[in-house]
Each structure stands twice: as C-alpha cells, then as structure tokens.
Write a protein that binds this ligand. Structure first.
Ligand SMILES: *Cc1c(COP(=O)(O)O)cnc(C)c1O
Length: 395
C-alpha cells in the first residue's frame, strides 16, 4: 500500500485491503496502526514553503494522517478515485447533494430514502431554490421519463431505509448520465463488500460510517467516494462548508474497518437465520429482506449484490398499539433505539406514513426494523418468540 491518497497497490481481496490498507508503519516509527492525530495548526518551515502551499498538510481542517488512512481504505473498497471522511452519514448525503446542485436545478430522490435526507432536501435545498421531487424506488429505467432539462442529481438508496426496496442502479445510472445528472447512492446497508455502485455506473457513493464501518455504536462518521469526474465538486463544497472529522473519530472508523469483513459475514448469516425464522411465524405477514426468495426484488439483489446486511424489517398482523408495547417493553436482549451496525441487536417499531409521498406505504400492520448483532442466535429467537406471544395475547 504505497500511495497515501488512494492506498492503491494493485488488486487485492477485500480482506487484505481491510487489514493492510491505509497503514504506513514506516511513517509511524514502526507502530502497526496510524495513531490519532489531533491538530489544527500545521507548521511551515520557510517562507518558500508557505508560498508554495505544496506540503502534504496545510491546515488540520482539510484532514490529517488518521482521516486519510480511512479514506484510502474506503476508496479501494469502493473502487473510487477519492474518498472524503465527513462528520456523519447525514453530512455525507448533504455534501454530496450540494456538490451537484445550484439554484434553479432539480433533484430526484428515492421515496425510500433515509428520512433526514428527505428533510434536508425539503427543508434546505428548496429554500436555496432547488426543486425537489421523489421517485418510486422500483422505477428503474422509468426514471428517464421524470428527467427534466434542469435535473442535475439523483439520490438513490439500495435497499431503501425501513422498507428495503432494491433499486436498479445500472438503469438509474444510464438515465442520469443521459441527462447530465449525477447519481448518488447510499450504500450503507450492503457496505462495499457486497455492493459496489460505482462499478454499476453511479458517480458518488455515500456511507453512514457510523453504522457498519465503526461497528461498535460509539462514533459518528460518514464517507463520500466518487469518480474522478465528480471529485472536485465534492471536495470544493466540503471545504467551503468547513466540515471536518476529528482524528479521534477517524481512528474509531479505522479500527472498525479492520474487522468489517468478518463482522459483515456474521451479521449476514445471523440476520438471514432470524429472517427465515420470522417468515415461519404465524403472526408475521411479511419479512422485508432482499436475500429471501419471497422478497419482490430478490432477482435484482441477486444480480447486483454479493451478500446482505444486518438490517431488515418485518410486519406483524394488525393489532392495537398496546400490543406493540407488550412486545417491545419486555424484551430481554433486543433493545430499542436509532442507528444500527453495532455488535448489539436492535428492534425498532416504525411508522412509515409520513416518510413516503410517491409510494404510500400500507400501515395496516405494524412494521419493525431489526438489526441483528452478535448475541447467541437461539437466545435472540427466544426473546422474539416471547415478544410475539405477548403481542398475540394483547391483540
Ligand atoms: C443512519 C443512516 C444515515 C445517517 O448516518 P448518521 O451517521 O446517523 O448521520 C444515512 N443513511 C442510512 C441508510 C442510515 O441508516
């Protein structure tokens, strides 16, 4: 791994990239890990150095060796030209969108997008004179029909937050390209291990690094990886807006990435086992997991993904809200909370209604989003089974 900016040193397996990428022990007195760099001021030795502005680091806000060590690994994993580490997944989405848009432009956003991203578009981009429209996540090549001459960006997320629709990224990319618009894909669910949107034609890939990359529910971060063409706009907007990620947080991302491959594998197997088990339960009317043959987008998932994540949803037969409380309030292992991607399992009841405008969601039953962590799978099943029993009794 020789190039500090890309980490590129020829083709490697993802496991090798994760364990060896972004590390430069010869720069760190032989210590294995790139340490936490804390620093704002970077010193110049001479006036000539100050005038030349050609040092590797000029000011800490643009990054430091700890942030760069993460960026190098993510670039290699995504097959990207460059990656920028930013303070949160939401910041990755907002910077990516702003890098493509100006007043008078139009943006198309999947109706299944992470809700704070939608809120940014409606609450901020519209105020700045951008028109915001949403599209059916299953639209595929039909996206062409929605394109306007001023459409400059498309925000996809595959599979979608909460409802897990898989999107036809090559078709969306073709429609965007034909209209001179950039396709941004939120790839947080699959991670670059199981899905590589840039290879399928996307221009920008964002991650909530807070989730799978960090992996331990103890830090916030986001990444933006781009093609060579899209890079300058992303880095310019990030610089102008003053987004900075600390060396401490970058270190936690770097530490998490070391085990990403084995964690993803474990998450995948455990989540699938629980999803299949749930599918067999009488009260469960739907399990929304793209790797299950029953999922409406299973073929698309099989075509474009090489694995699946920790996160999926299921729907329970209609019951009063008190039945939901009976289920979640007495769980022993699953806990309730936002975010996901950590070692601990989470179960979150969610109402979809307000988060969809193009494709209204039928909220007849109750939807639960699940993140499967590293507890014993049989213990998790027992916890859910007891919860389902309480739900049934309270119906
Ligand atoms: C959580 C999440 C985000 C936002 O990440 P934060 O780090 O919490 O800002 C973006 N996209 C998806 C799919 C997420 O689940």
């Amino acid at each position: 791994m020789t190039d500090h900016e890309t980490g590129t040193n020829g083709p490697s397996s993802v496991e090798t990239i994760l364990t060896h990428g972004g590390r430069f022990p010869e720069d760190q007195f032989g210590f294995v890990n790139t340490p936490v760099y804390r620093g704002s001021t970077v010193l110049f030795k001479t006036l000539a150095d100050l005038d030349a502005q050609s040092q590797r680091f000029l000011y800490g806000r643009a990054g430091n060796p700890t942030t760069e060590s993460v960026e190098a690994v993510v670039s290699e994993l995504e097959g990207a030209y460059r990656t920028k580490l930013v303070p949160s997944g939401l910041a990755a989405i907002t910077i990516a969108l702003m890098s493509c848009l100006k007043a008078g432009d139009d943006v198309l956003i999947t109706d299944s997008a992470y809700e704070p991203g939608r809120k940014f578009a409606n609450g901020f981009l519209e105020r700045m004179g951008v028109s915001v429209r949403f599209y059916d996540p299953r639209i595929g090549a039909g996206l062409s029909d929605l394109m306007q001459p001023n459409t400059r960006a498309v925000l996809a997320e595959s599979p979608g937050s909460l409802t897990f629709e898989v999107q036809d990224i090559p078709a969306l990319a073709a429609a965007a390209r034909a209209n001179d618009a950039r396709l941004i894909v939120d790839n947080s669910w699959a991670s670059p291990l199981y899905h590589r949107p840039l290879a399928l034609g996307a221009d920008i890939v964002v991650h909530a690094a807070t989730k799978m990359f960090v992996g331990h529910s103890d830090a916030f971060a986001g990444t933006i990886s781009t093609t060579e063409e899209a890079w300058a706009d992303v880095e310019r907007i990030r610089t102008l807006l003053g987004f900075f990620t600390s060396g401490d947080d970058a270190y936690l991302v770097s530490r998490g990435l070391k085990t990403l491959a084995i964690r993803m594998k474990e998450h995948q197997e455990r989540a699938l086992e629980i999803a299949r088990w749930l599918e067999a339960q009488e009260l469960v009317t739907q399990v929304l997991h793209p790797a299950l043959p029953s999922h409406p987008d299973h073929d698309l998932w099989q075509r474009d993904f090489t694995g699946s994540g920790s996160l999926f949803s299921f729907v329970l037969a209609p019951a009063p809200r008190s039945a939901v409380a009976a289920l979640v309030d007495h769980l022993q292992l699953f806990t309730m909370g936002y975010s996901w991607g950590g070692y601990e399992s989470l179960l979150l009841p969610v109402a979809i209604k307000t988060a969809r405008t193009v494709r209204p969601w039928d909220d007849a039953g109750h939807l639960f989003r699940v993140h499967i962590g590293f507890e014993g799978v049989d213990d998790l099943k027992a916890d859910l089974a007891a919860g389902l029993e309480r739900y049934q009794l309270a119906r």
